[in-house]
Each structure stands twice: as C-alpha cells, then as structure tokens.
Design a protein. Structure first.
Lengths: 271, 116
C-alpha cells in the first residue's frame, strides 16, 4: 500500500493486509535461518527503510536478516541479525535504517529463532520512505556486532554482584572492519520471563580491553515480570567510529541476582 | 581465540575480550583463557576466576496456590479430593498457568501483581 506523506515524500509499506499484520516469515529449525520471503518491491527511490519485527508464534529470541533479492537465488544482505526478544509472544522491535534503496528493489527477509521457537513465525513489515527534499542517503548497510547465532540472541553483559555499579566491559567487536557513522542498539532478555522489576544502564565504549573510552553512557533499559525488555531497540546514535576500533559494552543493574542482572546486547554500526 | 580477563588487585573484573591494551596499570592482572567462557559461567572476585553461575531459583505458583495461607480455601478443597481428582485439578491449574507457572522470588503469587 502506498501513501503520500505530508512533507511531499512518499511512503510504501509491505504488510499482510489479509491478516492485519506484518508479512509472516517462518524460521528454520532451532538457531537456523529459514528461507527468504519477499517483503516489498520498491516503487521509487528511497532514502530510509523502516523494519518492524513483531508478534511471534512462539516464545523465544529471533534474529532476522534483511536482504535485496538480486534474482537467481542471490541475496545481498543489508542488515544482518536484527534482534527481537519478545516476552512470551508479544514484541515490536523497530529498526529505522537510513539506507538508499533504488526503485525496483525486492526487499526480502529470513529469520532464525532459539530452540523452543524453531520453525515458528513472526511478522515483518518493511516501509520505505522517499525524502521530501529528494536527498539521497549515503548509507547502505549495518555492521552487526555482538550477535550470537548459537542461541539467536546477543552478547550477555554481566554487571557483577555489586548493585548499581558499572560492571566489567565485554567485547562486542575486536576490530570493526570499516568506518561507522552511527550505532543502533538492541537488547535481549535471554528467554528469562520470570524476573523481578529491574532497571539497567548500559555504556558503549571503544578501545582495547583495559583502556575503553565511553562513547555512549547510561542508556536505560527496564525488565519486568510482565513485559518484554524495553526498549527493544534504540534510534540511531550518530557518531563516527574509526575502522579498526574495538567496541565493548558494560552495564549496571539494581539487582545482584546472578541471572536476573544479565541482559543481551547487539550493536549495529551504520555505514 | 584467546580470551583475556583483566581484574584489579581486589579481584574485580574490569574488562574481558580478545584485544588488550598495552601498558596496563601494574596492579592489574591479565588472565588468559583458550576461548571465551560460556555465559553459564560468571566471574568470581574471591577466586579471581570464572565459576559456574548458580541456577536461577524459581517458585512454583502451583504450590503457592496449594500451600499459601491466602488460598486456604483452595487447599481445603484440594485436600478433600481423591487422588485421581487431585491429579486432574493439578493438571488443570498447570494448563491455566502456562508459562506463568514459575515466578521470580520477588514476584507476587497473583499474576497481576496485586499483593498476596
């Protein structure tokens, strides 16, 4: 369905209108990517791609690849291992990607899920936005840092036994392979749906172990007994991260419980 | 790939990863591991090493319903059932509770969080 935006730009969305939901994607067996499913064929040049991951058929962690279908069974991945970590079944993880997508592109997705949710479905909606000023985007992809395809989650960050004190840094990427211009963060609850109400503050740093410098501090996260980890994703934090940098994360939490204090994180670098 | 864990003189873990900085403070200690320890392990300051993370303690809401004084009427009802009906009733409650059967120690028995 295509609509005209009030700023002169255009929008186009791929959805399962018969079911009032995102396009249904079936995951592979446990922790294995399934087949690609087409989300959208673009009608115009776009400078923004908004991906919404929502409502799974089974409780678990999900990792999703977004790709351009080049035909002949060839897919070019533009966003790798986007995380959705629902509470029970319900979640809505939104990724706002500043990508240049040419008209006529076929956007597709495939997904994997943690073992209990293998061969299940989730909804994925793709929206493209044409800039009202006709300005193209210089960005074309994400570098994924910290995804754990072995359990369809992220990198576990432990704040340690001291409450409300930043714990140790843990490595997300030892050396980024290109200059990055922004970061999106996604958080996962490690399939732990029986938590007390908790708060966390996350830092992101760059530098070798023992000399990390904070580049983002005190990103707030909450977890509870009745809700998914919130927020599931962040907007883009625009910043320059030089090629070769080591990226790390640390956090603090208001609990010393050895399991509940944990949370997963994945960082996505915009390039 | 070698995994490094850096701790201070008190055993507090400062950082972990595959790339360490040169010229660390003299009282910091770098420990090497053949691979990254699993998430089922956690750092222990006392032993200056990774140890197995203790299992999460979960409380069975089914037992809460049958044992808690606030639900004494249910306990009385349950105690008067014959074994076969006790099993049927337990299975019914397990089905109804579903994923919410197991709670955190800090959670209330009630699913909506109202006081016990």
């Amino acid at each position: 369905m295509r609509a005209v935006g009030s700023d002169g730009g255009r929008y186009q969305v791929g959805a399962d209108t018969a079911g009032s939901r995102g396009v249904q994607i079936t995951t592979g067996a446990a922790n294995t990517k399934g087949s690609y499913t087409t989300l959208l064929t673009t009608s115009f040049d776009a400078s923004r791609l908004i991906i919404t991951l929502s409502r799974s058929s089974s409780s678990g962690d999900y990792l999703v690849d977004i790709a351009l279908d080049l035909g002949g069974g060839t897919f070019q991945i533009i966003a790798n291992n986007l995380l959705m970590s629902p509470f029970d079944l319900n979640a809505s993880a939104l990724y706002d990607l500043p990508f240049e997508i040419p008209a006529g592109s076929v956007i597709a997705a495939r997904a994997q899920a943690s073992p209990a949710a293998g061969s299940s479905t989730l909804g994925i909606s793709a929206m493209i936005v044409e800039s009202g000023l006709g300005v193209s985007s210089p960005y074309s992809g994400l570098l994924t840092m910290g995804a754990n395809t072995a359990d369809s989650g992220g990198t576990s960050v432990d704040p340690g036994a001291s409450q409300n004190v930043k714990g140790a840094w843990v490595e997300l990427d030892p050396s980024v392979d290109r200059t990055l211009f922004g970061l999106i963060l996604a958080f996962g609850q490690q399939l732990n749906n029986a938590r007390a109400n908790l708060f966390h503050l996350f830092d992101i740093g760059i530098g070798a172990a023992g000399s990390e410098q904070v580049i983002l501090d005190n990103i707030p996260i909450t977890q509870s007994t009745n809700d998914p980890i919130l927020p599931l994703t962040t907007p883009i934090f625009w910043m320059s991260i030089p090629e070769g940098s080591r990226l790390a994360a640390r956090q603090q939490a208001n609990t010393a419980d050895a399991t509940d204090r944990l949370a997963d994180i994945i960082a996505y670098g915009v390039y | 790939m070698t995994w490094f864990a850096i701790h201070d003189a008190n055993g507090k873990l400062l950082s972990a990863g595959t790339v360490i900085a040169p010229n660390l403070p003299a009282d910091w200690v770098v420990k090497e591991y053949p691979t990254k320890p699993p998430d089922t392990d956690m750092w222990d300051e006392a032993s200056r090493n990774y140890i197995v993370r203790p299992p999460k303690v979960l409380i069975d809401r089914l037992q809460d319903i049958l044992d808690h004084p606030a639900y004494a009427d249910i306990a009385n009802f349950y105690s008067n059932l014959n074994p076969a009906n006790k099993t049927r009733f337990r299975n019914f409650l397990i089905k109804i509770l579903g994923a919410r059967r197991w709670r955190n120690q800090a959670e209330t028995i009630s699913l909506d969080g109202s006081p016990d």
